[in-house]
Each structure stands twice: as C-alpha cells, then as structure tokens.
Write a protein that binds this ligand. Structure first.
Ligand SMILES: Nc1ncnc2c1ncn2[C@@H]1O[C@H](COP(=O)(O)OP(=O)(O)OP(=O)(O)O)[C@@H](O)[C@H]1O
Ligand SMILES: Cc1ncsc1CCO
Ligand SMILES: [Mg+2]
Length: 289
C-alpha cells in the first residue's frame, strides 16, 4: 500500500507496533482503493458461487467477469487486474482453462488467487488443485480441511466435501509449511481466519458463524481477496487480511438485521456496499499471532 506518492511502501509490521489502529486503517485503505480503482476481476468459478461471488465483487466496488472459455483467456486475462480460480464444480474440460489463466496472469504480472474447494474430497480434485498450486498463485484461501489436504497431499477419508471437518486453527502449522514450500500466501478461513507467508501469521477475528450456512461465502471472500490483492499486489498478506476482515464486518452488520441465512446473504451484500470508514475502523479486528 502506498503511504505517500513520493516514495516507497509502508512497513506494515513496524507501523502496527506503533499504532494499534494500523490494521483497521489499512483494511479501510485497501477497501477504498478497490472502490476507487474498480479492478476487473476474472473469475473461473463453480456454478453454485457465480451469482453471490459476482454480487460480492460488485457491492465492494470491483468489476467481476465470469469468463472461463479457454479460447478467450489469452485475449481476456491480460485485461484483468486479478484472477480468481475456484475448483468447486471442477470437470476435466475446465482444467486447461484454469491452468492457462494462471499462466497468462503470471506472464502479465497480475495476482491470481486459488480456492481449492473440497481438495481432500477425491484424487482427481486433489491432483488438479496441486497442479494449480504448482503454478504459483499469489494467495490460496481454503477452509481448514482444504489446506490440510493440500499440505498432506492425500485425500481425506473423513471429507465432507466443500464443508470443513477441521477448525481453522488445526491447519496453522500446515499452512506455514505449505506457504514456505509453495511461495504462496496461505489463508485459512473459519471462526478465526489465519493468513501466513510461512513466516508471519496474521489473524482476523471478524465474521459470524452463520456464514457457514450460506453456500459459497468462502468462494466469495476468495474473490474479494483477489480484488484486494489486485490493488496492492506487493502486500498480499495484508491485502488478504483486509479482505477477510471487511467481508467479516459486513456479515456482522448484516447479522444484526438478518432472520436467517437467506436474509443474511442479501444484507451482507448491502452492508458491503454501504460500509463507511467509522464503522470499519470500529469493527475490524486483526492481529499478529
Ligand atoms: N465460526 C465462524 N465464525 C465467524 N466467521 C466464520 C466462521 N466460520 C466461517 N466464517 C467466515 O465465513 C467465511 C467463509 O469461510 P468458510 O471457512 O466457511 O469457507 P468455505 O468452507 O470455503 O465456504 P464455501 O465452500 O461455502 O464457499 C469466511 O469469511 C470466514 O471468516
Ligand atoms: C456446494 C458446492 N458444491 C460444489 S462447489 C459448492 C459451493 C461451495 O463451495
Ligand atoms: Mg470453500
């Protein structure tokens, strides 16, 4: 994130020690950048998530495009500021497009983010996710079970598919090792979200449990991470924490008025759209582990 136009980038960790409001302000600045720049985010995602993901990006101020045809990728992907690749309803015919988009994003020096949905659910899915991981996403965001499956490199006999059977804290050490091995920032979502580059671990304490009852809330926050990293690609850990916190704050505000998952989904989108600085600064809860 630019501190001033004249120079350099801020040093996020030193700044956080000096100023306890550093993380909330940083999250707000990232969100403002998304609203100002309205980054084009290409999403190659599952059929379940397309609508919620596109609306999450739009309400945050980004510009989503659900474009996955392999024929279009060489021409279209360079126009995007960030790419989100999600394995949710993966079939063999989609995989070449995902790999090509990852490669074109890398060549264009644009960040891309991987959501390894249900990575431990089958050998086909696990192999595909590991092949995508080898193409060096800037960030991988998964739930506890997904990150553990990628780290272990084997399917999980207890897998419940897209739902996690592990808490996010169960996967922190695996995420650190995976980040060191892969070079990607790894984010684990859950009651607390953890983000690591293999060295630092940042925790986000925003969100509500009912997000687990809205399908594709994880997919949508992964796309939001792509938007936040797209506007600050050299600080992927911080931008990822900001996206998870802002999404969590929007869910907290929505929850105050919701009657259940269906209304929360709608209210979350409205809250993201209407979020103001004072509310964000008062609610964002991020710290170092
Ligand atoms: N118990 C919880 N308390 C607060 N927030 C939560 C809780 N569990 C999940 N979340 C939040 O919900 C969002 C989705 O995370 P989750 O881990 O459920 O993703 P996921 O399993 O990949 O979801 P999906 O596959 O449906 O997209 C994240 O923003 C996360 O912070
Ligand atoms: C329910 C579901 N099945 C495949 S993808 C998806 C969306 C949540 O990950
Ligand atoms: Mg998921």
């Amino acid at each position: 994130m630019e501190e001033d136009k004249s120079s350099n980038t801020i040093e996020p960790q030193k700044e956080a020690q000096r100023n306890p409001l550093h993380w909330p302000k940083q999250a707000w600045t990232h969100f403002e950048l998304v609203r100002q720049k309205s980054p084009l985010i290409q999403c190659i995602t599952n059929f379940v998530s397309m609508d919620f993901m596109a609306n999450t990006l739009l309400s945050a101020g980004a510009s989503p495009a659900m474009i996955h045809s392999v024929e279009e990728i060489p021409e279209f992907t360079p126009k995007a500021l960030g790419v989100c690749i999600n394995a949710g309803t993966l079939t063999p015919d989609w995989l070449p497009g995902m790999k090509l988009a990852a490669q074109v994003a890398n060549q264009s020096k644009k960040p891309w983010v991987l959501d390894p949905v249900a990575a431990g659910g089958s050998n086909f899915r696990l192999k595909a996710c590991l092949e995508l991981l080898a193409l060096k996403p800037s960030v991988v965001r998964g739930n506890g079970s997904e990150i553990l499956a990628l780290f272990k490199g084997c399917v999980d006999s207890n897998s419940k598919g897209v739902d996690s059977v592990h808490g996010s804290s169960d996967a922190v050490e695996a995420a650190k090792s995976l980040a060191q091995q892969s070079g990607s920032v790894i984010a684990i979502s859950g009651a607390v979200d953890y983000i690591t580059d293999g060295d630092r671990v940042v925790c986000v304490h925003n969100g509500v449990p009912m997000l687990q009852k809205i399908t594709a809330s994880g997919c949508s926050v992964t796309a939001l991470i792509a938007a936040f990293v797209a506007v600050d690609p050299s600080h992927a850990v911080e931008a990822t924490a900001s996206a998870l916190a802002i999404f969590g704050v929007a869910s907290e505000i929505g929850m105050d008025m919701a009657r259940g998952p269906a209304s929360l989904r709608t209210l979350l989108i409205d809250s993201l759209y209407g979020l103001d600085e004072a509310t964000a600064l008062g609610r964002v809860r991020i710290n170092r582990l």
